[in-house]
Structures are given as C-alpha cells and as structure tokens.
Ligand binder design. Structure first.
Ligand SMILES: [Cu+2]
Length: 219
C-alpha cells in the first residue's frame, strides 16, 4: 500500500498498515486543501493598484463545519485504533515461547529459559543482540532494562515498546510469518552509543529452530 514501509511479517499487525495508510491519505488531502487555499488566497488577495483591502469577520458556519469534520475524523481514527492497539499490546494467554529481553547500554540481551522453562535459573542462555524464534509461533517477550530507558523496536513486526529499568513488561507478543533476519534497533536516545545499539531477529522454520535449540544446550 505504502511501498516504502518495511515488509510486514507480523500476524498481529496487518491492520496497522491499513490504519497508517488511511491516516497518511487523510493528511495528504488536508495538506493539499489547506496549502491550495493558502496559495489561491495569496494570489486572489495580493496587492493591486486600485483595490482596497476589505475587513472580513470570521465565519461561524465554516468554523462549525471544520471543527465537526476534524472531531469526526479524530474519533473515527481512535475507534479504528483501539482494536489494533489491544491486539498488539496485550499479554498473550498461552505463548508458545517466552524470551526475556534486557536493554543495557548499548546492547540487547536475550535470555532463554532453557530446558526447565524457567528464566532466572542455571540453564538459562544469554545471547547478545540475537533473538531466535520459529515462524508462526506465538512469542512473548518479557522486556526490561538494566540502566536507562531503551525502546525495543522491530519495524517489520510494527512493534515498539519502551524498556524500563526495574520493570518487567509482559505485554509484548508477536508471531512472525516469514523466516529471515530483521533489525531490532533501539528507538530511544539512550546515551552516546545509542546509534550502535541494534540487535537482530532471526526467524527460523520450526526444524531450523529446533536444531538451533539442540545446539545451544548440547554443550
Ligand atoms: Cu538503547
């Protein structure tokens, strides 16, 4: 729809792009109307010899029209946004996999629970800037930060959430539909190394993922 957006590989966020396109085109129409009127008026009411300036009072009717129109558009967009927001930002009931992600100047650390399925135990696996998941599975991210506020951003999943020190947010979930490697930039200005803070999401097929898991815990 809007060709320059990164490829959308999220099961949950397909609707986000339609909403984005709708807002974009509404903005384009408003921009053209306002700028067109401005330019037209500049030409129509420019200074010309023999023409006298006229004093015009505001138009109540016009003000009512554009205030109502704006209100309707904003409320309409809010109504369309709520289901998208809830879909993306609610904790999953039965995630297939849970991974803890910690922002720490200037890396993402991914903590996998290991065979006992519990995070914070001896068999945990901690990776730097690498998030591995199987495709088409419901992944829950428990997001935290060690130092300052970071922002966990996966453009291809239309997913963005601030990571806060001492908070463990459980409302991040996604289901990636296409194997590949995708960027996880930090989207919060978090210090002098902010621009180098980037991780990668590796989406595997289930077989590839199982093989990867086996490899990690075989040592
Ligand atoms: Cu950061």
């Amino acid at each position: 729809m809007l060709g320059w957006l990164p490829e959308n590989i999220s099961e949950y966020a397909q609707g986000v792009d339609s909403l984005f396109a709708l807002i974009y085109w509404i903005t384009v129409v408003v921009f053209v109307l306002v700028m067109g009127t401005l330019i037209a008026f500049l030409i129509m009411y420019r200074h010309r010899e023999g023409h006298r300036a006229e004093y015009i009072e505001g138009s109540t009717k016009l003000e009512i029209i554009w205030t109502t129109a704006t209100t309707v558009i904003v409320f309409g967009l809010a109504m369309l946004s709520f289901p998208q927001w809830n879909n993306l930002k609610s904790a999953p009931d039965n995630p297939d996999y849970v991974v803890q992600v910690r922002g720490e100047q200037f890396n993402w650390y991914m903590i996998y629970p290991g065979p006992d399925n519990e995070i914070g135990t001896e068999d945990d696996l901690e990776l730097e800037n690498e998030l591995h998941v199987p495709e088409n599975k419901l992944i829950q991210i428990i997001l935290t930060s060690k130092d300052v506020i970071h922002s966990f951003f996966i453009p291809n999943l239309r997913l963005k959430q601030d990571a806060l020190p001492n908070r463990f947010l459980d409302n991040i979930k996604f289901q990636a539909t296409k194997p590949g490697t995708y960027e996880i930039p930090c989207a919060e200005l978090c210090g002098f190394g902010h621009t180098t803070m980037v991780g990668f999401l590796h989406v595997h097929t289930q077989e590839e993922y199982d093989a990867w898991v086996k490899e990690q815990w075989s040592e």
